[in-house]
Design a protein around this ligand. Structure first.
Ligand code: AKG
Ligand code: FE2
Length: 332
């Protein structure tokens, strides 16, 4: 019987995989495969991301978002670096990446790109400039820049583990995806959803319904009313709220291409709370796994039955993400 309490989104303890015991690894890979086939969303525990690194970034982040608007705007990027630095409330629009015409998202954000500098490697590739643009990391309050970079690094390590798990879950060599991350351009986004002082416009959400663009997203979040919801295959929207210490993982469009639609890049959104609800302030921190710019995203062999043709043409990771980000800016 279908459940309606959101428990369709399983919680998987990945510690046995990280411990390296063969039967533990196989069991985690099986559980992840099942969740990815069925919903494309899971909650993970036992992941090893240091809680103090996360909590410190959240604390300093809340203080940053409390600063006067002008102080925050100093970190707004220019030029090629548009997926970096600080972006005001209601200046971006996730739903527009799927063609929807809705008002912009009621959140403000800080984005970081790769901390390692791969610009020299891609110097001849003009299209890669945006993906590898330098960071604009807020250094107020004091120590915030270091806290953000530490957290980026922690997510980066966990993303390698998760990509090993997903490769195993797809009956691939464990290193199949990790091999494409050497010069990844994964995006880290810290999103602040302030309490609403005035009612939203018709159709306006905290984050409009969208799918994520990359291979997968790893998401930490605080508790607060007006939260994340995922759409199940039967069309129901269910809240996704991990327990303290747990993280959400959801698949992105690239993984759907890799798996020829066997795994789903699930639609999700962040709903609006009641206006003036003091329990509604929330923060989420997402790490969006984007492989090397020139990595070719083509159907993995285990997802193609004999005689079956791939549903998507091969595309580079860079080109795929560029199209998505263009759309997110256009209609904001
Ligand atoms: O804030 C959240 O919980 C999710 C945000 C999200 O889906 C995104 O930034 O892609
Ligand atoms: Fe998302």
């Amino acid at each position: 019987m279908a459940k309606t309490d959101g428990s369709e989104i399983p919680t998987i303890d990945i510690a046995p995989f990280l411990a390296g015991d063969p039967s533990g690894k196989a069991a985690v890979a099986r559980a992840v495969a099942e969740a990815c086939e069925r919903v494309g969303f899971l909650v993970i525990s036992g992941h090893g991301l240091p809680q103090e690194t996360l909590q410190r970034a959240i604390r300093l982040g809340m203080d940053f978002f409390d600063l006067p608007q002008d102080d925050k705007d100093r970190f707004h990027p220019t030029g090629a670096a548009r997926q970096r630095g600080y972006h005001r409330v209601a200046t971006r629009n996730l739903a527009s990446t799927l063609g929807a015409k809705t008002p912009p998202d009621l959140r403000e954000s800080i984005f970081l790109g790769p901390v390692d500098d791969h610009r020299a490697h891609y110097a001849a590739l003009a299209d890669a400039e945006t993906a590898y643009a330098g960071n604009t990391v807020p250094d107020v309050p004091e120590g915030f820049d270091g806290a953000l970079i530490d957290l980026y690094r922690a997510f980066e390590r966990l993303s390698r583990d998760m990509m090993r798990i997903t490769a195993r879950a797809l009956d691939q060599d464990e290193a199949a995806f990790v091999a494409l991350l050497e010069r990844h351009f994964s995006i880290f986004g810290m999103h602040h959803y302030p309490m609403l002082g005035t009612p939203p416009e018709p159709g306006q959400l905290r984050a409009g319904a969208h799918t994520d663009f990359g291979a997968m997203t790893i998401l930490a979040m605080t508790e607060g009313r007006g939260g994340l919801e995922a759409r199940l295959p039967d069309g129901r929207w269910v809240p996704v709220q991990p327990k303290p210490g747990e993280l959400v993982v959801n698949l992105g469009d690239m993984m759907q291409r890799w798996t020829n639609d066997q795994w789903v890049s699930t639609l999700h959104r962040v709903v609006v709370p009641d206006t003036g609800d003091v329990q509604s302030r929330r923060m989420s921190i997402g790490y969006f796994v984007h492989p090397n710019f020139d990595a070719e995203i083509r159907c993995v062999p285990s997802c193609l039955a004999p005689g079956e043709a791939p549903r998507y043409p091969t595309i580079t990771a860079g080109e795929h993400i560029r199209r998505k980000i263009d759309a997110s800016h256009k209609a904001a």
